[in-house]
Design a protein around this ligand. Structure first.
Ligand SMILES: Nc1ncnc2c1ncn2[C@@H]1O[C@H](COP(=O)(O)OP(=O)(O)OP(=O)(O)O)[C@@H](O)[C@H]1O
Ligand SMILES: [Mg+2]
Length: 234
């Protein structure tokens, strides 16, 4: 298989994740291995509760595995502290949360521009311009002054997608990005994620929506805490 680059942008090796509750230990990931290259869209499906969001949080550096190694651009990030992880995340990773995580006291436009505040070189006018462009792409420009609670679920989802892309990340992680969308918006989100992939970015989509299988360069099922490769575009 021809790869856009010689090494993966992100790679997970022998990842396990256990959750400890009062009465028991839940083992969610059990020797999970995963690599993604620039220019690829990887799609992960699997039963509810199989560990997809858990895995996304680990890939997105929002949570740490119980054991195993993570490599970003061929460098282990095992020893990175919280500050360096946050910095890597804000420069390189865009995350669409399953439940959006929009900040309730910020308007749609302010939510989208939020990741740009971490980029000191981007001045206020450019911040507004980039945010408005993203909102236009997602068909949410007219609603830019609305607050999350004034938006429908699908509208909030589109604002969350705009926010994940505004800082031009190399790795986009989308957890059920079309869960609340009608067919037309679903199609435009798929097209947008495809276009981003063609820009030599890497996109990971976790979904219950079978349509994504047709767009996947690599398609996995999460089964018993492991990723099983179902198909891969040669
Ligand atoms: N903080 C936590 N403490 C204890 N158990 C947890 C925690 N977070 C997740 N789990 C458990 O881990 C398992 C995997 O959860 P996860 O959210 O990753 O599933 P998922 O595949 O994303 O499911 P869905 O398709 O419903 O979004 C579930 O059984 C869940 O109960
Ligand atoms: Mg989930």
């Amino acid at each position: 298989m021809e790869q856009a680059s010689t090494h993966p942008i992100m790679s997970l090796r022998h990842i396990t994740k256990d959750y400890h509750t009062n009465s028991e230990v839940v083992s969610v990931l059990n020797d999970t291995n995963f690599s993604i290259y620039k220019g690829q869209m990887v799609v992960i499906m699997g039963a509810s509760g199989s560990g997809k969001s858990t895995l996304m949080n680990i890939i997105g550096l929002l949570d740490r595995p119980t054991s195993g190694d993570i490599y970003y651009d061929n460098e282990t990030i095992h020893n990175l502290g919280d500050e360096s992880r946050t910095s890597l995340r804000s420069s390189s990773i865009g995350f669409v949360f399953q439940d959006y995580h929009l900040l309730p006291h910020l308007s749609a436009e302010e939510n989208v521009s939020y990741p740009l505040y971490l980029h000191k070189e981007i001045k206020s006018q450019e911040r507004i311009q980039k945010s408005q462009e993203m909102l236009k792409q997602l068909g949410m420009y007219e609603r830019r002054h609305h607050y999350p609670k004034q938006l429908s679920g699908g509208e909030q989802q589109r604002v969350a997608i705009a926010r994940s892309l505004v800082h031009n990340p190399d790795l986009i992680l989308a957890d059920e990005p079309t869960g609340n969308l009608d067919k037309q918006n679903e199609e435009s989100i798929i097209e947008l994620l495809q276009a981003i992939t063609r820009e030599d970015k890497a996109v990971v989509v976790v979904t219950h929506n079978e349509i994504f299988q047709h767009y996947a360069d690599v398609f996995y099922q999460m089964v018993e805490g492991q990723l099983q490769e179902v198909s891969s575009r040669a």
